[in-house]
Design a protein around this ligand. Structure first.
Ligand SMILES: [Zn+2]
Length: 199
């Protein structure tokens, strides 16, 4: 067997394992039997109870990657025990890559350790309960780059919006690809220098 075909098998099996471990985040929040009433993507959702419940659902799907990832990992180990194959190595590399990316914090900032951290959920709940008195009737919404009041654009939480498990407006394939590559993280960076008073 040629070296090239071995390399192709290795790359394909890494991709397959990577795909299996990242699929739960794309599929699970979107196949719910009782979907929550959220505003359609890409409109900015209001910070309310429904949104917080939805984030908790997406959070569960995010962590489901670990049990899903164990399937190609165990399969790869079993294959290697039988005989050292490139497919077995590929499955182990691909799945352990995603599992490690779940276990190692993404950022030092306490809100961004993971895209759906409990700290973030608590912070959103605080914004929901203690309405910031920026205008007469404040209406906090989560826009792409931060949680803002939709009436006066006052920034309430400088945190980009992660994928919220809604049906994507950019199509099933492109949307799924984006979620898998970004792994649930927001599309933009927080504007830490634009809003120093928020720190
Ligand atoms: Zn306001």
């Amino acid at each position: 067997m040629s070296l090239l075909s071995e390399i192709i098998r290795l790359v394909v099996s890494i991709l397959v394992a990577w795909l299996i471990t990242r699929l739960p985040l794309v599929v699970l929040p979107r196949i719910s039997i009782r979907p929550l009433e959220l505003i359609d993507h890409p409109n900015d959702p209001e910070i309310d109870e429904t949104l917080i419940l939805q984030i908790l659902r997406v959070r569960r799907a995010y962590w489901a990657s670990i049990p899903f990832g164990l399937i190609p990992l165990i399969l790869g180990i079993l294959m290697i025990i039988q005989s050292p194959t490139s497919v077995g190595f590929g499955l182990i590399i691909g799945s352990s890559w995603v599992i490690l990316s779940r276990l190692i914090p993404f950022d030092l900032d306490y809100l961004s350790h993971f895209p759906y951290s409990m700290n973030l959920v608590h912070e959103l709940n605080r914004i929901r309960i203690e309405k910031y008195p920026c205008c007469e009737i404040p209406k906090p919404v989560w826009s792409l780059d931060a949680v803002k009041c939709s009436e006066c654009s006052h920034v309430l939480l400088n945190h980009p919006r992660p994928d919220l498990g809604r049906k994507r407006s950019d199509g099933i394939l492109l949307g799924a690809l984006r979620i898998m590559i970004l792994d649930g993280h927001g599309f933009t960076e927080p504007n830490s220098d634009r809003f120093p008073e928020e720190e």
